[in-house]
Design a binder for this molecule. Sequence first.
Ligand code: MN
Length: 228
Amino acid sequence: GSVHLARELLFSLAMEHVTLKPLLYDEHALEPHIGRETVALHYGKHHAGYVQKLNELIAGKPEETVGLEQMIRRSEGAIFDNAAQIWNHDFYWQSMHPDGGGAPEGELKEAIIGIFGGFERLRRDFLDAGTAHFGSGWLWLVSHRDSLRITATPDADLPLRYGDTAILCVDLWEHAYYLDYQNDRARYLEAFVDHLANWEFARANWKVAQAQWSNAATSTPLLRQASR
Ligand code: MN
């Protein structure tokens, strides 16, 4: 009857507390730099797998009542790993665009010139950090306080844990590039920077991070001193 139906509906809603966010482009849209098969597997199996696993892990637990970022801040072990991987992948898909690549414009360009000395230096440091990172993980451009910084994190780890704001990220796990580049991570990273990097997304993230920093600095002057 309807009670049974309602219970089933509630159950299925509860089971889908965390959802797989839709891709904003077709699976083949990043070709020839990242192939359709890679995106199909990476999004449809790996990313979707983390979502399914996390929903299983949090079923009936307090984590079911909080958002993904809260879950990441409060959890460790398998719940942290799966929650962080979902956040990282959501961010990674947005960090790429079929018409991306090259250098950013506007305020972010100015910031990069001020902090790194120029885009070419940022590009080289970014590629170096990504190729030097041992094993699985993530390569990031982050806002650290009122500055920009390149970091790499192991496994599922992410800037949120260190109080940094993500600006752009690249998945360094082999499943992200092995079908297209085999073991050649450097070529995958070059393709990302030169053809896929979504600088519009990065600019929006940088703007938010700067606003947050200037608000925090205004309300707590000691924080600004501490960064000097
Ligand atoms: Mn991945």
